[in-house]
Design a protein around this ligand. Structure first.
Ligand code: LRH
Ligand code: MN
Length: 388
């Protein structure tokens, strides 16, 4: 099947958001490895992100994490980003690293701890104003490890009250994106474990509260594209955190562990016409390059999403609908698999060249000497990381 050139135009609008923390040291409880040339501050993280956008043309924004990316002058950080042709996107809150949050944050039984967490979100909203961001993303580690440890219903009531308080502080241009996760770091129950719980809290907050779907946050075997279809149908899908996994929240490069899953998810997104930049869905990467070079890892990840989007755009929607209406089970599946097995890479290389981008951004990255240059320049200081 030849690559239909007309569909590639839709790719021009693709605007992924890169996670600033992917450019810092990350790891597991066993080890956080350091590596030569790793960014030491948010300014260097943005420089790395700008290099990914220079090579791919598809990653014009960077999501920040507070306090990891907090600087004295967030306006200066914004100007720095814009001077390199990128912008600051989603602001991620962090109520999972303070001792006060051992038993929870927005759902904690102690009102003072909940207020501390609410105040942190007020600080994030101030950062949004300074950085020109419209999305506040809330992921909560809140949960319990043992049955009986806390009252599950009372925690939901407290969580709803805290979220409503934060939502009320947003201005009309700002959204709250509530991310769910099945487990970890809590191992008995998590207060926002699934899409339904996030959805219920979002509806309770208001129209500008939407669900964030992190592809690594589901039980094995979950049909994620069904959740995507449902949230798009309900108009409550606010963002993706793209990554891939073999087992749990592995945060591997998107499309690396399960390319076909990424294809199926994007097929539902395209089918709902939600690839458009004004669809209200933020396409963010949320990954950790624990052992591989970080800039190259982000370039590869952006290309994985771009290539899979190009394959999804090959789906012959007319033939698919016809086969579905006729109950032609194998015929319908064939249409989808035909697109999945279409090698779009040669056409994509031509398309990039036509837009003044490198035909092969990975090869261009290697040839650029960027990695060697940052390894030589970034000597001394403290490399950025989660500080976990
Ligand atoms: C939690 C999560 C969340 C971020 C963090 C870096 O697992 O997916 O999106 O805050 O990773
Ligand atoms: Mn995430």
């Amino acid at each position: 099947m030849t690559t239909r050139q007309d569909t590639l135009r839709l790719l021009e609008q693709q605007a992924l958001e890169l996670p600033s923390w992917a450019f810092g040291n990350t790891g597991t409880r066993f080890k956080v490895f350091s590596a030569p040339g790793v960014a030491r501050d948010p300014f260097e993280k943005l420089a790395d992100a700008a290099e990914v956008h220079r090579l791919t043309g598809a990653a014009p924004r960077v999501a920040l994490h507070i306090p990891w990316d907090l600087v004295d002058d967030m306006g200066a950080l914004r100007t720095h980003a814009e001077s390199m042709g990128i912008g600051i996107g989603t602001i991620n809150s962090n109520t999972f690293q303070d001792d006060a949050y051992r038993l929870g944050s927005l759902a904690h039984h102690d009102k003072a701890v909940r207020q501390q967490a609410i105040d942190h979100h007020y600080e994030c909203i101030d950062v949004m104003h300074a950085a020109g961001s419209t999305d506040l993303k809330v992921w909560l580690a809140d949960g319990t490890n043992y049955p009986g440890q806390d009252d599950l219903t009372a925690r939901q009531e407290r969580l709803a009250e805290s979220l409503a308080t934060i939502y009320a502080r947003l201005d009309p241009t700002q959204r709250l994106i509530l991310e769910y996760k099945l487990f970890e770091p809590a191992f008995y129950h998590t207060d926002v474990p699934d899409w339904g719980t996030s959805y219920v809290h979002c509806v309770a907050m208001g129209d500008r509260a939407l669900v964030c779907l992190d592809t690594g946050h589901h039980a094995p075997g979950t049909n994620i594209e069904f959740i995507v279809a449902q949230l798009l149908r309900l108009g409550r899908l606010g963002a993706f955190d793209f990554n891939s996994r073999f087992y749990a929240d592995d945060d591997l490069m998107v499309g690396a562990a399960d390319p076909f899953q990424l294809f199926r998810i994007l097929a539902v997104v395209a089918g709902a016409d939600a690839l458009r930049p004004d669809s209200g869905v933020t396409f963010m990467l949320d990954q950790c390059h624990n052992i591989e070079p970080k800039v190259a890892g982000q370039v590869r990840s952006v290309l994985n999403v771009q290539e899979m989007t190009a394959r999804v755009l090959q789906i012959d929607r007319a033939s698919l609908s016809r086969a579905q209406e006729e109950g032609d089970v194998i015929g319908a599946n064939d249409v989808l698999m035909d697109a999945f097995y279409t090698d779009v890479r040669p056409a994509l290389a031509d398309w990039r060249e036509a837009r003044g981008l490198p035909r092969d951004p990975m090869a261009a990255h290697r040839a650029s000497g960027y990695q060697r240059a940052i390894e030589a320049a970034r000597v001394g200081g403290t490399q950025a990381g989660w500080g976990a």
